[in-house]
Design a binder for this molecule. Structure first.
Ligand SMILES: Cc1cc2nc3c(=O)[nH]c(=O)nc-3n(C[C@H](O)[C@H](O)[C@H](O)COP(=O)(O)OP(=O)(O)OC[C@H]3O[C@@H](n4cnc5c(N)ncnc54)[C@H](O)[C@@H]3O)c2cc1C
Length: 346
């Protein structure tokens, strides 16, 4: 990617960054979407892929996973580059361009930058017991729900006492799995109705108050060693898969070290009515942006994306004009896929 000059670099492939990528494509901009993790979707993918989102315009209700899939299909229509596993480790101004450093070495230039980094990069809170690294490498310990279409009648264990663990367990019993829910207390800090649903299900086995003391991946199964919290008694169970449900942490540590660092308030970048930050040419959208009256919602992020893209064009190419309504665009020229172009041939 060295020496490439993009019109716009979008940092973060959550819903805000994905919709910005599509909209930039409609405006035929040379765009790079840069995501620190291996997967697109931001908080939706990391925290609630199976939950139903009710407040996205045009959908009566859509699962997180499906919304991210729809966004991906939309971005696939336009010409743009996506870089996964690519954390933006520095941002600095060089003459009239911004230099975007990736993973501390590669870099490229962009005429403008859109920060769509949410609350920072995500990582799950991990289980740290003897055998946990081996279990994770074997694929029998994960921190996200698997695709739920082919899991019926499998034996899962979920560990944790909050909403993440309880939501995972509910999704699994809803898909006809057996779930052992492991928690070091008898009480859960989660939605009461979900806990009641688990208690009323014959598919749930509560292993409380117990903590995991070791993991041993065997041929097909994962053996979990548990210790009773009150009396220290040891018990072993075997499951097809263990899911860690301790939640995720987002960290802005890397972003805080950027040389070009716009003004912040409450960990968001302060933006004006053009979604521009305190640094001309750097815009912020979605949860990364803050202004009076801001709601951290997907719908809000979808509105901020076109504002930022159009204002970015005004910033680096003020004579270009626009935007047009999408209904006036030549779809055959804008959309790159033949499959889509042919839809507009008649
Ligand atoms: C449990 C839960 C339920 C929710 N339910 C709803 C709901 O029903 N309706 C609703 O509207 N909203 C809901 N939200 C809020 C919604 O998910 C957020 O508002 C939305 O995800 C914000 O999108 P974003 O793209 O701004 O940021 P994010 O989704 O946080 O995405 C940011 C992306 O940027 C990446 N990134 C960060 N730093 C860097 C870097 N330095 N380099 C490269 N990439 C980087 C991150 O890895 C991440 O993928 C919910 C949130 C949670 C936690």
């Amino acid at each position: 990617m060295d020496n490439e000059i993009f019109d716009i670099a979008i940092i973060g492939a959550g819903p805000a960054g994905l919709f910005a990528q599509f909209y930039a494509g409609l405006r035929e901009l040379k765009t790079a979407l840069i995501e620190a993790t291996p997967r697109i979707g931001g908080q939706i993918t990391a925290l609630y892929p199976e939950k139903t989102i009710l407040d996205v315009a045009g959908f009566l209700g859509i699962s997180g996973r499906d919304l991210v899939n729809e966004l991906k299909l939309q971005t696939d229509l336009v010409d743009s580059k996506t870089f996964l596993n690519s954390e933006v480790t520095n941002l600095k101004k060089i003459a009239s361009h911004f230099e975007i450093e990736i993973n501390h070495h590669a870099s490229f230039l962009a005429k403008s930058v859109i920060i769509a980094s949410g609350n920072g990069s995500f990582s799950p809170r991990k289980i740290d017991v003897p055998g946990s690294s081996e279990a994770e490498q074997s694929g029998m310990l994960t921190y996200l729900l698997p695709g739920l279409s082919e899991v019926a009648d499998k034996d899962f264990a979920v560990v944790g006492g909050g909403n993440t663990a309880v939501d995972y367990a509910v999704e699994l019993i809803d898909h006809d799995c057996h779930v052992s829910l492991i928690h070091r207390r008898d009480n859960f800090r989660a939605m009461e109705s979900s806990v009641t649903k688990l208690k009323n299900s014959r598919r749930t086995n509560f292993l409380t108050p117990m903590k995991i003391t070791g993991l041993s991946p065997k041929k097909e199964k994962l053996e979990i060693e548990l210790q009773s919290v009150p009396d220290g008694a040891v018990k072993r169970v075997s499951v097809d898969r263990l899911i860690g449900g301790f939640g995720f942490t987002a960290s802005s540590r890397t972003i805080n070290q950027w040389e070009e660092f716009p003004e912040q308030f409450n960990q968001g970048f302060l933006t004006n009515e053009a979604q521009m930050t305190s640094i001309a040419g750097i815009f912020a959208i979605g949860d990364a942006s803050i202004y009076p009256g801001k709601s951290d919602l997907i719908a809000t992020a979808f509105g901020e994306a076109p504002t930022a893209i159009n204002q970015a064009v005004n910033y680096f190419d003020p004579d270009r004009g626009g935007p047009q309504h999408s209904t006036s665009l030549n779809k055959k020229e804008v959309f790159k896929h033949d499959r889509i172009k042919s839809r507009y041939n008649s």
